[in-house]
Design a protein around this ligand. Structure first.
Ligand code: PYC
Length: 332
């Protein structure tokens, strides 16, 4: 935690579900192009006492809030939202539960960078270290003096390598299954052009891979659904090692290089002996932004460190009117 501040981030949730016009304060930011929306006031009081219990409660009792916050007409498919919650873990500064247009996320790397920048914007932290409880585990972050943020993510690992999936229309695709706080299928040999001008095909290709993985029963550990697909290719930037395209669970593509996806990539590079502990890997995104990643060895996989930058784009009050037929988002 930065100097001169209280050691705990105040979570100002209050239940106002009977209000005709519910008012919710959010801070919007983007991390290397990928948007984050942190709810800082207006989350209903949660009864659950563990962070996984809170995810269940949010899914069961407040899912319309999730979809209303990030889906149209208030949001769009690429936004990742974050709820600040009181964690039972006294060693952390706050709990955070990330979500998107489809569901809840175990962790979110770009979202954590956006969250740290949001807390600094609110004056709740200054440069220094901060600790978060997430559904995937404990995450540490550091706000640097120059505004960059480093996130030490949950232990990450390669679960399986050279897995073959038969993808209708595209044929056999070979990839690795990796975990970085979310589950990824990582493909390097795909013959696709990793440019924004090829977005339609990239979306169709990765969506088909994802569907085929599910239909063919190919999963992560314990039957976990693989809901992110990542393609890698040569970088365009002279200061990058690789460029990627990442399909997210709600079928939006990640504008940033994806923090949890980079964690899974680092785990694969480590497993292949292609990146040593402490060595830097610079991952370019499909829009040309960049994260830096490195890792240390850990007892349950690698311990990834991801560095990037976020910028605040809005400090907004969102209104939810009971008479609005789309108050919980279009299609929700
Ligand atoms: O940065 O980890 C990430 C992420 C996951 C989904 C979108 N961004």
């Amino acid at each position: 935690m930065g100097t001169g501040k209280e050691p705990e981030i105040q979570v100002t949730n209050r239940s106002n579900s009977n209000d005709m016009h519910r008012r919710i304060r959010v801070i919007d930011s983007h991390t290397e192009g990928e948007p984050t929306r942190i709810l800082v006031e207006g989350l209903p009081e949660l009864r659950a006492t563990t962070i996984l219990g809170m995810v269940d409660e949010l899914r069961r009792d407040h899912d319309g809030l999730r979809s209303g916050l990030v889906c149209e007409p208030r949001g769009h498919d690429a936004i990742v939202g974050g709820y600040l919650v009181n964690s039972p873990d006294e060693t952390v500064d706050t709990g955070v539960i990330f979500f998107n247009n489809a569901s809840y996320l175990g962790m979110c790397g770009h979202g954590t960078i956006g969250l740290v920048t949001t807390l600094a914007h609110l004056g709740r932290i200054t440069p220094g270290d901060v600790r978060f409880d997430t559904p995937a585990g404990l995450v540490r972050a550091r706000l640097h003096d120059d505004g960059r943020v480093t996130v030490w993510n949950v232990p990450s690992y390669r679960f399986a390598d050279s897995v073959v999936v038969d993808v209708p229309e595209f044929g056999r695709v070979i990839g690795d299954i990796g975990y970085g706080g979310n589950w990824f299928f990582l493909v390097s040999d795909h013959g696709q052009d990793l440019h924004l001008s090829n977005l339609e095909t990239l979306n169709r290709y990765t969506t088909s891979i994802r569907r085929a993985l599910s239909e063919q029963g190919i999963t992560g550990a314990g039957g976990a659904e693989i809901d992110h697909v990542e393609l890698f290719g040569p970088p365009q930037r002279s200061d990058a090692d690789s460029k990627n395209f990442v399909l997210c669970p709600g079928l939006a593509y990640d504008r940033s290089p994806c923090g949890t996806g980079l964690s899974a990539k680092l785990a694969c590079l480590a497993a292949d002996g292609k990146l040593k502990p402490g060595q830097t890997w610079r991952q370019e995104s499909i829009i040309g932004s960049q994260f830096e990643g490195s890792y240390e060895e850990g007892p349950q996989g690698i311990l990834p460190a991801i560095t990037g930058r976020a910028w605040i784009t809005g400090d907004n009050i969102l209104l939810f009117d009971d008479s609005d037929p789309f108050r919980e988002g279009i299609g929700a």
